[in-house]
Design a protein around this ligand. Structure first.
Ligand code: ZN
Length: 378
């Protein structure tokens, strides 16, 4: 098993220097399409672009027959990067890659893509037999997992897979919370604040009373809640008719997610219901529109599950020990698990991601490629 480090470095640099901020992954997709077609893969681009607003779809790359009878397995990376991501120039000092400093590097998630390319090149070049493999490259991961949410899971044959999308090395993420986004709209009644305040209902006042009663931050060992956006009103001399509050709840347990979400809803409902008009001057009552937008489902993989056993065996064949950890955020893997495809997240070595100080070591990318190669060929 000999990964070609310099070839990996070259393809990684090329990928990073093809700008692909979210919704503009088209050039990376075109590059991958042509590269994998040349390698003999079946390549398919779906029509998710019309849902995501990206300039390309998700990409499915299949190597159905590597000569080894094994259960099929898929690997996932996202093609988009966070901003600033225009004009990426890669710098290399020995083993270490960075951008020149004015953009992200894009190792999140191109380190994973480069590793997957190198795996298949090595398998083909050395004629190493491997089981059926699928690569799923998504768009718009960084802006709400839009690509994976818009894909048709029946296009994936494998029942288990791995997202290469985490910092660290020899880490496997086996759990991540589910999340609900909340959009709350309180409608009161506008009136002149100086001339006829008794005829108005302040939506902002009702919102404030409700928010003050909420438990936010870390609510319990498994759950968090946040109110992140608040807007309303039109002028200082007008009683605000509208207040729009946006927030989120996350939990590693679905039941707690539902309970906390329901509690927040009931607090807003109570404040609106308890509003009273002592003098009977207001025509009307306040109203509440409480929208719950499920963001991503919970991810919780059992240590005895096929997906964990397979990576554990692969790591053992390389005499490596894996760390199994639980993450605090959602990623494409949450959605795959929601589709009933067991999906764990593997580390690629990327570091300081989502910053212009993002960095990765070539040896970590190569180690990631070796683990993937063991998963498909051992
Ligand atoms: Zn990522």
């Amino acid at each position: 098993m000999t990964i070609n480090h310099e070839r990996l470095a070259a393809v990684f640099t090329t990928l990073c220097e093809i700008d692909s901020p979210s919704k503009q992954e088209g050039r990376v997709a075109a590059y991958l399409k042509s590269l994998f077609t040349d390698m003999g893969a079946e390549v398919l681009e779906d029509d998710s672009a019309k849902i995501t607003g990206s300039n390309c779809g998700n990409l499915f790359v299949r190597f159905p027959d590597g000569g080894l009878p094994k259960d099929p397995v898929f690997f996932n990376c996202h093609m988009d990067t966070v901003l600033p991501a225009i004009g990426v120039k890669v710098q290399r000092h020995g083993e270490v890659f960075t951008s020149v400093g004015d953009t992200v590097l894009g190792s999140d998630d191109k380190a994973g893509i480069a590793a997957l390319i190198e795996v298949m090149r090595t398998l083909q070049e050395k004629q190493i037999p491997y089981g059926p493999v699928e690569y799923v490259f998504t768009t718009c991961e960084e802006v709400g997992l839009l690509g994976v949410k818009a894909l048709d899971p029946s296009l994936i044959t494998a029942k288990i897979g791995y997202a290469l999308d985490s910092s660290g090395i020899n880490r496997v993420i086996v759990g991540a919370p589910a999340a609900n986004r909340l959009k709350v709209e309180i409608t009161g009644k506008a009136s002149h604040a100086g001339l006829s305040p008794e005829k108005g209902i302040s939506a902002i006042h009702l919102a404030a009373k409700a928010i003050a009663r909420l438990r936010l931050g870390k609510i319990d060992g498994e759950s968090t809640a946040n109110i992140g956006l608040l807007e309303g009103g039109t002028a200082t001399n007008i009683i605000p008719e509208s207040a729009i509050i946006q927030g989120e709840v996350r939990s590693h347990t679905l039941k707690l997610l539902e309970e906390h979400t329901a509690h927040i809803r009931s607090v807003f409902q109570e404040e609106v219901d308890n509003w009273s008009d002592p003098d009977g001057n207001v025509k009307g009552r306040p109203s509440l529109d409480f929208k719950i937008i499920p963001d991503y489902p919970v991810m919780k993989l059992d240590r005895e599950s096929a997906v964990i056993k397979r990576v554990e065996a692969a790591a053992a064949s390389l005499e490596r020990k894996l760390d199994y950890v639980v993450a605090g955020g959602g990623s494409d893997a949450n959605i795959f698990n929601g589709y009933s495809l067991q999906c764990a997240i593997l580390s690629t070595g990327m570091d300081k991601v989502h910053s212009t100080r993002e960095t990765i070591k070539l040896s970590d990318m190569a180690a990631t490629a070796e683990l993937v190669m063991a998963i498909v060929s051992q």
